[in-house]
Design a protein around this ligand. Structure first.
Ligand code: NAI
Length: 344
């Protein structure tokens, strides 16, 4: 079972190498991202393994099919970079739906606390022996209302963490979960009600045509003045220019972003010696109340281990055992995993 592994980073290999022997996998690691220009590297492979910023559009899917690749394994949860409609009937597509919701939810809380208690400022100050407290006043989370958009695996863990801080929880989900709503301190509301009543808003839903720019100018206009926006889900959920305007207008009190709309050309790489072409991102990063991390919320030992194990299980199941458990099925509505027979 030959696997072409795209967009490899040094931290990916140890966990995949650990499981490769167990699953009888031969992995060729490529640093390049999968694109129309690099797809030929998959020649001779039964499966390709990709990450969030690889391009799996119609042209790439056709090229993979021509090369005889049968399985596309995403080593992440989101799959917005795959043309699922075009892949239907051509490639078996798998993802890792739940590797560690704790990793992402805990990073979300880390960003929130860093921001509202000004830890990022204090850290730099004290390294310079500046022990002044001027400008470091924060606020208590206890008693504040957090609005959680998307109450799946990560959203629920984040809700648990927030509950531990004594926060009130408003939730919005396209498919509200009864068991979650019945728990103490969580109420499902409309999106507008969530915007209007939340002190903090955290995004945990997938990026789809429907959710693209769900946080736009209109949404910011509905939010409380001083709201803190957390996005550890997908960049394009937020209209970044509208966010910048809302920050400049002092409507948004702070923003913590682990993802960014145009991150594909920047994140995961050291661009410190380059001139940043993206003025919106540069301006956002220059703001004292904006914290940006480069899509690192998933990056824990536990998550990397689980990602490798599940990805190789997915590939070997499909190729060696004709088992398609967990396949993303366009026909069956790909938001839920299809545990049915293969969809083609
Ligand atoms: P999940 O599939 O368990 O939950 C997603 C929730 O969003 C579901 O409850 C679903 O009903 C809801 N949803 C779907 N469409 C919606 C809509 N139009 N409006 C509101 N809610 C909607 O997914 P999970 O594991 O909780 O992950 C959430 C997102 O987090 C992923 O889609 C991915 O984009 C992002 N993510 C980010 C990572 C990072 O490192 N920053 C790592 C892993 C995931």
């Amino acid at each position: 079972m030959n696997i072409a592994f795209f967009d490899t980073k040094p931290y990916d290999r140890p966990s995949f190498d650990r499981y490769a022997e167990k699953f009888g996998a031969k992995i060729k690691y490529f640093e390049s991202r999968l694109t129309e220009d690099t797809v030929s590297l998959a020649k001779g492979s039964d499966a390709v393994c990709v990450f969030v910023n690889d391009t799996v559009n119609a042209a790439v899917i056709d090229a993979l099919t021509e090369l005889g690749v049968k399985v596309l394994a995403l080593r992440c949860a989101g799959f917005n970079n795959v043309d699922m409609a075009h892949a239907h009937g051509k490639l078996h597509v798998f993802r890792v739906p739940a590797y560690s919701p704790y990793a992402v939810a805990e990073h979300t809380m880390a960003l929130l606390l860093t921001s509202i208690r000004r830890i990022h400022k204090a850290y730099i100050r004290s390294r310079d022996f500046n022990f002044s407290l001027q400008g470091l006043t924060g606020f208590d989370l206890h008693g504040k209302t957090v609005g959680i958009i998307g109450t799946g695996r990560i959203g629920r863990v984040f809700a648990d963490i927030c509950r531990g801080f004594g926060m009130k929880i408003l939730a919005y989900d396209k498919f509200p979960a009864k068991d979650f709503a019945d728990e103490d301190s969580v109420s499902y509301v409309t999106l507008d009600e969530l915007f209007e009543n939340s002190d903090i808003i955290s995004l945990h839903c997938p990026l789809t045509d429907e959710t693209h720019h769900m946080i736009d100018r209109d949404a910011f206009d509905k939010m409380k003045k001083g709201v803190v926006l957390l996005n550890t889900s997908r960049g394009a959920l937020v209209d970044a220019e509208a966010l910048l305007e809302a920050i400049k207008a002092r409507r948004v009190g702070a923003a913590c972003l682990d993802v960014y709309e145009e991150e594909a050309d920047l994140f995961f790489e050291d661009n410190s010696g380059h001139i940043l072409e993206d003025d919106t991102l540069a301006r956002l990063i220059s703001m004292p109340n904006v914290i940006v991390t480069s899509h690192q919320a998933f990056l824990t030992e536990e998550a990397l281990d689980a990602i490798a194990a599940t990805t190789l299980e997915n590939i070997s199941g499909a190729l060696l055992k004709n088992s398609f458990q967990g396949e993303l099925c366009y026909r069956c509505g790909f938001v839920q995993d299809c545990n049915d027979k293969p969809c083609f």
